[in-house]
Design a protein around this ligand. Structure first.
Ligand code: CS2
Length: 485
């Protein structure tokens, strides 16, 4: 029998204090839930939300408007225990769109004195930064557009900057910018994106951004798969929840935030948020242990024919391999504050991955690999090699990623990979094969840090794994690894 705890939203919001960019499933199931709990506890709140989608998923914005911003989050602990939470804290939903239809409404909201925090989940590529160096990609056509047209920006950094420019012009203090994407040093990276863009437009504004805008870093964690028809049907059948804006997620949730909010913030700590001085150890732990394992499960798991994370972690050959990655290649690169037990963390992660209520698609995790690999695997791999340690698991992951990016479909047609570098991958796949293809991938400056690209031992490990994948097949490679461990 399924135990469903229902939590309703009855309290009114007094004011919209937070504007969010990126109204995806993750935002609806993570930040919005913390704000809803804050609202329920206080009975009212000045931290209501206005959330916007910039270019993708207009449908969810329309749906939310029809429902007056209300929707449900189904939190699955396991098959027996589900909490169905109603969210009422989202007071305005906007869609900017290609033509910038609601850009003005969004900018006005961001420039309003009541807005004190702007949060973002626009995915790694949304910041238009080189994933390795963290520098703004000024050659990117959308950034070039924002440099030329500062008042009608298209990118997230451009929109944040234009709103800040308006505040400065009207003498309103800067809002705090809180990046909630899985990037290393995400506060600093966001500052870098906004300040570098400002420097291309107006040096004084760039200086003002550097002097007056706070960009605290944070680590966010909750597994929230993208919704599909099957998940909506299950919600309807199992929980009697007929809501096309609903989201399904795990019951686990974590948020660690650097406590630097000059215009104030909700008292998040009461809802279990960890407010810290330095988020970096937590961020690196999560990126390498959780996200790194996710990417490994995705690329190696898909080669084994699996579709979801729970299927992949239940594979008797893959589970020990991922465990070995966590203990031998991720954990040794971390320096955690006292009290953090990485062995227990790894155990918890395996249990979370096994939650089969979620149907978390490996293909979803595999997307945008070029943007994810540097922080999930490559910085750690560099550290391991410097310490004279092996990188077998990471190297197999990279080989599987190259394979995934370049293999034609079974019918011979080219598979379009969901990645900003997809045209480059197609080009490399047409020009090279075997060891030269691997070499061409390892030369990609946008993905591999220079120090790694130059290491013969690194290149040799990936080459060896790629050859073994082709010659022996993935299952046999995993078994050979296990036998030698
Ligand atoms: C995943 C993350 O899609 C991905 O790349 O690794 O979205 C992951 O589910 C979250 O970071 C969990 O907090």
């Amino acid at each position: 029998m399924r135990v469903v705890k229902r939590v309703h939203s009855t309290s009114p919001v007094r004011e919209i204090g937070i504007v969010h960019l990126g109204l995806g499933a993750f935002h609806r199931a993570h930040q919005a839930v913390y704000l809803q709990r804050h609202l329920n506890r206080h009975g009212t709140s000045e931290w209501g939300l206005c959330s916007a989608n910039l270019r993708s998923n207009r449908a969810v914005v329309d749906q939310l408007r029809e429902q007056d911003g209300r929707y449900h989050v189904a939190e699955y602990r396991d098959r027996e225990q589900v909490t169905l939470r109603e969210i009422g804290v989202l007071r305005q939903a906007l869609y900017v769109g290609e033509g910038g239809q609601e850009l003005e409404a969004l900018l006005q909201r961001m420039a309003a004195p009541s807005t004190r925090i702007v949060t973002l989940t626009v995915t790694e590529k949304g910041y238009c930064l080189n994933a390795v160096t963290g520098q703004l990609r000024i050659e990117d056509p959308v950034i070039a557009h924002d440099i030329a047209h500062p008042h009608s920006p298209r990118t997230a950094p451009g929109i944040v900057l234009e709103a800040l420019r308006r505040r400065r012009a009207s003498g309103i203090a800067a809002f705090t910018v809180l990046c909630c994407d899985n990037m290393p040093d995400n506060g600093q990276r966001t500052r870098q994106a906004v300040a570098a863009l400002a420097a291309m437009q107006d040096e004084e504004l760039a200086q003002w951004v550097n002097d007056h805008v706070a960009f605290p870093g944070c680590m966010v964690d909750r597994i929230v798969p993208a919704m599909d028809d099957e998940s909506f049907t299950r919600l309807e059948q199992e929980l009697d929840c007929n809501d096309r804006a609903a989201v399904v997620c795990e019951s686990f949730s974590q948020w660690v935030i650097e406590d630097h909010f000059p215009l104030g913030r909700p008292d998040w700590e009461v809802e279990g948020v960890q407010m810290v001085d330095d988020v970096r150890p937590f961020e690196t732990m999560k990126l390498r242990m959780l996200n790194g394992s996710h990417s490994l499960l995705a690329y190696v798991g898909m080669l084994l024919g699996h579709e979801s994370v729970s299927d992949a972690i239940n594979d008797a050959d893959l589970a020990p391999f991922v465990e070995r990655y966590m203990t031998e290649e991720a954990a040794p690169t971390l320096q955690m504050p006292a009290g953090i037990d990485l062995v227990a963390y790894a155990e918890d992660l395996k249990a979370r991955f096994a939650n089969d209520n979620l149907q978390h698609r490996l293909r979803q995790i595999a997307m945008d690999g070029s943007q994810k690999l540097p922080q999930r695997w490559l910085l750690g791999a560099q550290q391991l090699l410097d310490q004279g340690r092996g990188i077998d698991c990471t190297a197999l992951g990279i080989a599987a990623w190259i394979y995934d990016c370049t293999q034609p479909r079974p019918d011979g047609s080219t598979r379009v990979i969901d990645d900003p570098l997809s045209p480059t991958f197609t080009d490399l796949a047409q020009r090279f094969e075997g060891a030269s293809l691997v070499d061409a991938f390892l030369d990609l400056e946008e993905v591999f840090p220079g120090a790694l690209r130059e290491r013969a031992d690194f290149r040799a490990s990936v080459q060896r794994c790629y050859r073994a994948l082709i010659d022996e097949g993935v299952r046999s490679v995993l078994r050979t690894f296990a036998a030698h461990n």
